[in-house]
Design a protein around this ligand. Structure first.
Ligand code: APR
Length: 311
């Protein structure tokens, strides 16, 4: 039987995610959005490229959740972009409502699904989805680290003029300005980055990675990145559906790992058919530890705002 993936939010990230899942024939796809006609229209448009591209999956669009029943994975990309004049907390509270509603409905129809969160602010939205769904922690996962490492890998490969594929990188922490690119675990075909370039260059690449999302927003002006976010989401979806057990940096609910309790933070995990099958704890140096702690505090602040709202 074919696998089934629901993508909530048929905007830029959601539609690209759906298209890539179909193109790789990973699963049948159901696109859900609140705007009438948009998921149906985009779904049909994607389906009509099947004869040309040569994939055999069904792609449907809906405004409700009935058609999503028994999905193996639900990807949540629904949300508002940050508008001028909107504070970070305003965005947090607006997207809290969206992710809460989407999770409640999706979880009711697919109680055994793995939830993959994409909506920002990512770590706080993962916390919301976990609270609302009541799913075990291995079935609520946030997409951030794959994207952040993809950006870091891109900048390194361009700088060193080597294949993108050869670069392996590691980024820990929250998905934001405080993310922690771990240079010690970043290499080109096993050669540590520090052996290939100087510290000033490394610092510049790290900073560009931290600002990676903002760099795209600055170009697009009215929206945020979506090709690389969609590609990163699909790598996670593929590892879960095919039980590939890829080790990827993802936002996971920590229960004592890295000294963190009850917060979603980006850490290396093994992704298989059960969702998160292992959280890798790596020994950090004092400065890495301090950077991670700072990032955890930033995530905790946002979750605190949500806790106060819920009461
Ligand atoms: N239920 C379903 N869909 C919703 C809901 C809801 N309650 N609220 C909003 N949406 C839909 C919108 O109608 C829109 O089609 O979510 C979609 C969001 O799409 P875009 O505005 O194009 O945003 P996108 O670029 O896809 O980003 C989505 O992913 O990377 C993150 O920061 C990004 O949080 C943002 C999310």
């Amino acid at each position: 039987m074919r696998k089934k993936v629901t993508v909530v939010g048929a905007g830029n990230v959601g539609a690209n995610t759906a298209q890539k899942i179909a193109a790789k024939e990973l699963a049948d796809v159901v696109l859900v959005d609140i705007v009438e006609g948009v998921p149906q229209g985009k779904g049909l448009d994607m389906l009509e490229s099947a004869p040309v591209e040569g994939y055999d999956v069904s792609i449907t669009g809906a405004n409700g959740y009935e058609a999503t029943a028994d999905s193996d994975i639900v990807v949540i990309t629904a949300g508002f972009p940050r508008k001028p004049g909107m504070s970070r907390d305003d965005l947090l509270l607006a997207n809290y409502e969206v992710v809460k509603t989407a999770t409640e409905s999706a979880a009711r129809y697919s109680p055994n699904a793995v939830l993959v969160l994409v909506t920002n602010p990512l770590d706080a939205m993962c916390w919301t989805a976990h609270q609302v769904s009541g799913f075990p922690r291995h079935r609520v996962i946030g997409m951030a680290g794959v994207l952040d490492t993809a950006r870091f890998r891109t900048f390194i490969a361009e700088e060193l003029k080597v294949s993108f594929e050869n670069v392996t990188a590691m980024v820990l922490g929250g998905h934001g300005d405080t993310m922690v690119p771990l240079v010690r675990f970043t290499n080109v075909s096993g050669i540590p980055l520090a052996e290939l370039t100087d510290q000033t260059t490394i610092d510049r690449l790290v900073q560009r990675t931290r600002d990676g999302g903002a760099e795209i927003v600055k170009y697009l002006k009215t929206g945020s990145a979506y090709y690389a976010p969609a590609a990163s989401t699909v790598e996670m979806v593929e590892s879960i559906l095919k039980d590939k057990k890829k080790v990827l940096p993802c936002a996971a609910l920590l229960d004592g790992e890295y000294g963190v309790h009850g917060l979603f933070v980006g850490v290396p995990v093994k992704l298989g058919s059960k969702g998160i099958e292992h959280i890798y704890q790596i020994a950090l140096t004092a400065s890495e530890e301090a950077a991670l702690q700072k990032s955890v505090e930033a995530v905790a602040e946002l979750v605190e705002v949500l806790k106060q709202k819920i009461g």
